[in-house]
Design a protein around this ligand. Structure first.
Ligand code: RTP
Ligand code: MG
Length: 137
């Protein structure tokens, strides 16, 4: 089942020089393709749309501060079961609970600064791709 998903390499991943490492793990999966990729600084308005489900939660403001603190990499990945697949590569939200071998498990400690975002469903993926790459069909 071919799908597409929106992935963000968060500002901590860019700052720490982990972009190549993380992109490499995605690229190495059989039959997945990166179909859009951009390094950019994420603004408040865009983040409010992206994190609409979290507006008003206690972690929302610090999350937006962090996500806009430096450039991030936004990409679209297409391929076989890629939505579940990238989330499996990432590991659970809390990096300390994430198994070694996963991106968060190998490189993270702080829940907020957990290196990567990946869409959690086909509906989220289509919604998020429109936000980050409105020109993409
Ligand atoms: P998941 O759905 O697997 O839990 O992962 P997610 O990355 O989608 O996490 P989500 O719950 O949607 O939260 C979005 C991002 O907000 C930050 N966060 N901080 N308690 C906290 O300080 C806290 N909780 C969440 C993380 O950056 C998380 O990825
Ligand atoms: Mg989420």
């Amino acid at each position: 089942m071919s799908q597409r998903t929106l992935v963000l390499l968060k500002p901590d991943a860019v700052r720490r020089g982990l972009v190549g490492e993380i992109l490499g793990r995605i690229e190495q999966k059989a039959d997945w393709t990166i179909s859009a990729l951009e390094l950019r600084r994420l603004g408040r308005e865009l983040l409010e749309q992206h994190y609409a489900e979290h507006v008003g939660k206690p972690f929302y403001e610090p999350l937006v501060e962090f996500m806009s603190s430096g450039p991030a990499v936004a990409l679209v990945v297409e391929g076989e079961r890629v939505i579940e697949g990238v989330r499996a590569l990432a590991g659970p939200t809390d990096p300390i609970a994430a198994a070694p071998g996963s991106i968060r498990g190998d490189f993270g400690t702080i829940v907020r600064e957990n290196l990567i975002h990946a869409s959690d469903s086909e509906e989220s993926a289509e919604r998020e791709i429109k936000i980050f790459f409105p020109g993409l069909a």
